[in-house]
Design a protein around this ligand. Structure first.
Ligand code: GLN
Length: 259
């Protein structure tokens, strides 16, 4: 069976402020290294509606408040319906910082109007104002969301601590949606409740830039497996890759973060 995956890249021109394009590159390479056919589909303001739905896995990066407002204006309507339908039916995705804020119910930026979100994730984000320090720094967290936690344990024999870097002013508060993880070090969603990110269907929402996937390649493989399972309705085991360099980097980061 020939496998082809299309990676949808959410508004690359507007939501690439914090280097999350590395998540797109990581997914693409980890498919190519396994001879899996893969392509990248920019999901932008000039993407027509039919094309906008043609992705098997989606990546959304971070952005400044202003760009988030522009994206939300473009997303409302048919594009929003496509996003809701695909995420609600389990298309896998990884959404970082500004992206999950837009998947939530609303985002109150530091200045300007409240931005209504897509309401896919039951969460809200409030920016406490420009005079309040941003949540910036290395972050480490343990996965608590099911079935991601169980899947990682099955894949790896354990669920490794996730490492990343956060840089956000908005504070996110979860409603009826699972947190992605429990903070080990750093702020996480709001620096108060000890939770980081959110998890819904096969969507990973997180404040962890880094980029996330090159620093935690097991999450990239989880997304690839889910995308293939969803598209071809069959279970698959990926050929293992040599992640010794990434694991060395993770170990060094964890040592730096935890000591
Ligand atoms: N502009 C949003 C905030 O400051 C998102 C930032 C980001 O994407 N890193 O919270």
């Amino acid at each position: 069976m020939t496998i082809h995956l299309t990676i949808g890249w959410l508004y690359p021109k507007l939501m690439s402020t914090y280097g999350d394009r590395g998540n797109v590159i990581c997914l693409e390479r980890r498919c190519q290294w396994r001879n899996l056919d893969v392509s990248i589909l920019p999901l932008d303001q000039d993407t027509d509606i039919k094309t906008f739905s043609e992705f098997d896995v989606i990546v959304g990066g971070g952005a400044q408040d202003r760009q988030q407002e522009i994206v939300m204006r473009d997303l409302h309507g048919e594009k929003a319906e496509i996003m809701k339908e695909k995420i609600n039916t389990g298309i896998p995705g990884v959404f970082t910082c500004g992206s999950p804020q837009l998947l939530g119910n609303y985002y109150e930026p530091a200045i300007g109007q409240k931005i209504d979100g897509l309401g896919i994730l039951d969460l809200v984000t409030k920016h406490p104002g420009q005079n309040v320090s941003r949540c910036i720094g290395n972050v480490a967290f343990d996965i608590v969301a099911s079935p991601l936690l169980e899947d990682l344990k099955e894949m790896l024999g354990e669920s490794p601590t996730v490492v990343g870097f956060e840089n956000h002013g908005g504070r996110t508060y979860l409603g009826k949606v699972s947190p992605l993880g429990k903070v080990v070090r750093g702020y996480g969603n709001n620096g108060e409740d000890g939770f980081e990110g959110a998890f819904y269907q096969n969507s990973i929402a997180t404040y962890a830039h880094g980029p996330l996937l090159p620093k935690n390649p097991f999450l990239a493989d989880w997304l690839i497996i889910k995308a293939i399972e969803q598209k071809y309705q069959k279970k698959i085991t990926l050929t293992p890759l040599d992640d010794s360099l990434a694991n060395k980097g993770r170990k060094a980061m964890l040592k730096r973060i935890l000591t």
